[in-house]
Design a protein around this ligand. Structure first.
Ligand SMILES: [Zn+2]
Length: 320
């Protein structure tokens, strides 16, 4: 079966920066998306900052980093308009596919770029942002990241984080809890009136890393109607693994299906943000992953994990 994929997270735009796609040797390029069978790719503007304690007065402010990344994204979409077309709705994704284009979905990794201003969120939406992580691996104005320390891991959202959750619901921006503390995820589950996602996370029961999600949290995301995009980073799939093996991704998929249900599964490759060597190289190898999963999942479930579940969440959060 020739599957079409929706991948909920890659860091390509930030990682390659000003390097044109023609010279980019990373996991994701328009050509590799085409060869791999992409239906839609979420491109995160990753707001790469220093740890809060190490920030210097002349560092570029997070909001300016957002603007700079956004310009790179817009430029690339312009250059590759023969292949990629922006999608702001599920109707756009369908129309793009019909016309032979791969949909490009704009997302943000780390709402530190809001700098505590709720109005920036409206600007993001106007610019086409349709999903955002509340934070990355550092504390920000919204809350606290995952941690090995139980007390820190239990910390919930700050008041501004709760305001952002409510406003994202109103605007129709998908809330992404990857990188968040367990307490923060519970707060989102309680507050959000819409499905929410972990765009690029794996199962902690199979790989004991604080970036991975406990069975309870997997269940909460599933119950919200949201999805978990399985991350392809070796160290999130198997403890200390420097390679990404297809069989490890399959194990996480089957575990999440067991704990949160088949409706809670998607892919969140983290391409161009991960350093492990991949058994299937890069995006162009996605059909190899699908072929392995087909041995365990019937066609209807393959369709759900490859694109159907992600489309359902998008429809519910974005509207039509
Ligand atoms: Zn990430």
């Amino acid at each position: 079966m020739n599957m079409r994929f929706i991948d909920l997270h890659c860091d390509t735009m930030t990682r390659k920066g000003d390097v044109p796609f023609a010279d980019w040797t990373g996991h994701v390029t328009p050509d590799k998306l085409r060869r791999g069978g992409a239906l839609a790719q979420c491109f995160a503007l990753f707001i790469l900052t220093r740890e809060p304690e190490l920030r210097k007065p002349d560092d570029m402010p997070p909001h300016a980093i957002f603007e700079r990344c956004f310009e790179i994204y817009r430029r690339e979409l312009g250059i590759h308009s023969q292949t990629l077309s922006s999608a702001l709705s599920v109707a756009d994704i369908t129309a793009n596919a019909r016309r032979g284009y791969i949909s490009s979905i704009l997302t943000v990794e780390d709402a530190v770029a809001l700098e505590g201003n709720l109005e920036y969120l409206d600007d993001w939406f106007a610019k086409g942002v349709r999903m955002a992580t509340l934070l990355w691996n550092y504390e920000n104005e919204l809350g606290f990241p995952h941690s090995r320390e139980a007390a820190r891991m239990g910390l919930g959202l700050k008041p501004f984080g709760k305001d952002v959750v409510r406003r994202m619901n109103e605007l129709g921006i998908i809330i992404d809890v990857s990188h968040l503390s367990d307490g923060g995820v519970r707060d989102v589950a309680e507050l959000s009136r819409k499905p929410f996602v972990a765009s690029h996370s794996c199962a902690r029961a199979l790989c004991d890393h604080s970036r991975c999600l406990s069975d309870d949290l997997l269940r909460l995301i599933g119950e919200s109607g949201g999805v978990i995009g399985v991350n392809f980073f070796g160290i999130f799939l198997r403890r200390d693994s420097e390679v990404t093996l297809i069989e490890d991704i399959v194990r996480h998929v089957l575990h999440i299906r067991d704990k949160a249900g088949i409706g809670a599964l998607a892919f969140g490759s983290d391409f161009d943000g991960i350093s492990s060597r991949l058994e299937f190289d890069d995006y162009s190898g996605m059909p190899l992953l699908a072929a392995a999963l087909e041995r365990y999942l019937p066609p209807r479930e393959m369709d759900m994990i490859c694109s159907g579940n992600a489309l359902r969440v998008m429809r519910e959060v974005w509207g039509a």
